[in-house]
Design a protein around this ligand. Structure first.
Ligand code: PHE
Length: 465
């Protein structure tokens, strides 16, 4: 087996931090709060939590197991198990990874830009968000910078690049988030924000909430596109997949949940406790980029620059551990299957993704054509459309196919055998029964049904719930 020179995580902690780093990203801090805002607050949060633990955790375990068993990339893993005609799942995954990174990198670039603006006290930026994102020279340069950072760490390999990065950035990120949460709680009206966030209003529950929560759960846990097959392929046989995945899920959900405590009190403070604003003009992708800088401004020039700079630095740290995982998926394919050198494939793939991302770069005001050309319900610009489309369609199909494949094609006995490696006493345990039920029955059935609900709701406006 050509596994010796593929690289590997140096230990279980390295894997957990890298995978948690992949999961925790703009999805938790930028996207989760605005999806909560759009989805009606706590009703959304309840659905999201249910999906994460009952549907997504089993998908994560399955992905990691497939990766570790085969020690191969997202496409090679299916070939390695002897089911070449199922490698379309890996192909969908690589396509999803390329598309997601193409727009994710643009937003990640904004976070560097905003860091610089905040530190230099330019809070007015929030009022001209539209013209900021259409300043193609600026956002273009930031996008290049971000892609270069990502490429650098991926080119250093698994233990020397990705793992090292996560070991430094993840603890710093958690520390920084806690600082901002504590600060937010000291602001007037903070509790109004917390109430909006935590008290569910069941009347808010409808197909859009369900679809938003499912989409968010998949995106946030980096599922359905082979990122965790790829990371799992660098994991040792002696490590426990089930407990590691549980830890990664908890870390991701925990950080998204805590990010809510960071954002909603700030919004409540800004609006004098009126949270209805979140569902209207402050909702959507601008929540962080439009609303927050205005709030930092009210703190005065010195403190505002400090808190604002700190916040956007934190956001770019979170983004970087995710972008490296997105780039690693196609790169590991190129290295394993096409026999390319890591450095070379990083450069080629990163350049390709940058080019694919040009519509997203131009689609936020810089070009009329790209800003307005492709509208769909739920997507106001090319780029939100792409965000929703890749997640709703590609990630959900990917996740559905992965559990279906593992249970009925590769067969569940083999899956459980792999999970037992590194987990003494797994066979016959509660974890075994729970995973057997969720991976073989609950996840495929619910994912299949929900996919239909989400698809009809988002693309045809038909609400089945
Ligand atoms: N989970 C990441 C986030 O929350 C995004 C991501 C999706 C990363 C899919 C890898 C794969 O920001």
């Amino acid at each position: 087996m050509a596994t010796a020179n593929r690289g590997a995580f140096s230990n279980r902690l390295g894997f957990i931090l890298a995978a948690a780093g992949s999961a925790v990203g703009l999805g938790n801090i930028w996207r989760f709060p605005f999806e909560v805002g759009l989805g009606g607050g706590a009703a959304f949060v309840v659905m999201y939590l249910l999906f994460c633990f009952l549907l997504c955790f089993p998908v994560m375990v399955t992905e990691v197991a497939i990766g570790r068993k085969t020690q191969k990339n997202a496409i090679g893993a299916f070939n390695g198990l002897g089911f070449k005609n199922w490698n379309f799942v890996g192909k969908i995954g690589i396509l999803a990874g390329i598309l997601i990174l193409s727009y994710y990198n643009v937003i990640a670039g904004w976070t560097i830009g905003y860091f610089i603006e905040m530190v230099s006290g330019n809070f007015g930026i929030s009022k001209v968000f539209g013209s900021y994102t259409s300043d193609i020279l600026k956002v273009g340069i930031y996008a290049v910078i971000f892609m270069s950072f990502t490429s650098y760490f991926v080119s250093k390999g698994i233990s020397g690049g990705i793992e090292k990065l996560a070991k430094v950035l993840m603890p710093s990120l958690i520390f920084m988030i806690l600082c901002v949460v504590i600060y937010s709680f000291t602001l007037p009206n903070a509790m109004e924000g917390v109430k909006f966030y935590l008290i569910p209003d069941i009347s808010e529950m409808n197909a859009s909430v369900v679809s938003g929560a499912l989409r968010q759960a998949f995106f946030s846990l980096s599922l359905g596109m082979g990122a965790l097959i790829t990371y799992g392929s660098y994991l040792s046989r002696n490590d426990n997949i089930v407990s590691s995945s549980a830890f990664i899920t908890l870390a991701d959900v925990g950080i998204a949940f805590i990010a809510g405590f960071m954002i909603f009190p700030l919004v409540a403070y800004n609006n004098g406790g009126d949270m209805s604003m979140v569902q209207s003009d402050q909702a959507g992708p601008g929540l962080i980029f439009v609303t927050l800088p205005g709030i930092f401004e009210t703190l005065g020039p010195g403190l505002g620059a400090f808190v604002g700079g700190f916040f956007f630095l934190l956001l770019s740290f979170a983004a970087l551990t995710s972008t490296v995982s997105l780039l690693e998926v196609p790169v590991s394919y190129a290295v394993d299957e096409l026999g390319m050198k890591r450095q070379r494939s990083v450069i080629l793939v990163a350049a390709l993704i940058f080019v694919v991302g040009i519509p997203s770069l131009l689609g936020n005001g810089a070009s009329d054509f790209f800003t307005n050309w492709f509208k769909m319900p739920g997507g106001s610009t090319d780029f939100t459309t792409l965000a929703i489309l890749t997640t709703d369609v590609l990630l959900l199909i990917g996740g559905f196919c992965i559990v279906l494949f593992a249970s009925y094609i590769w067969r569940k006995e083999n899956l459980h055998q792999e999970l037992a490696s590194g987990y003494e006493g797994y066979l016959g345990s509660f974890a075994h029964k729970f995973l057997n039920f969720t991976i073989c029955y609950l996840s495929p059935i619910l994912l299949g049904l929900l996919f239909v609900v989400v698809f009809l709701n988002n693309y045809f406006g038909i609400s089945l719930i």
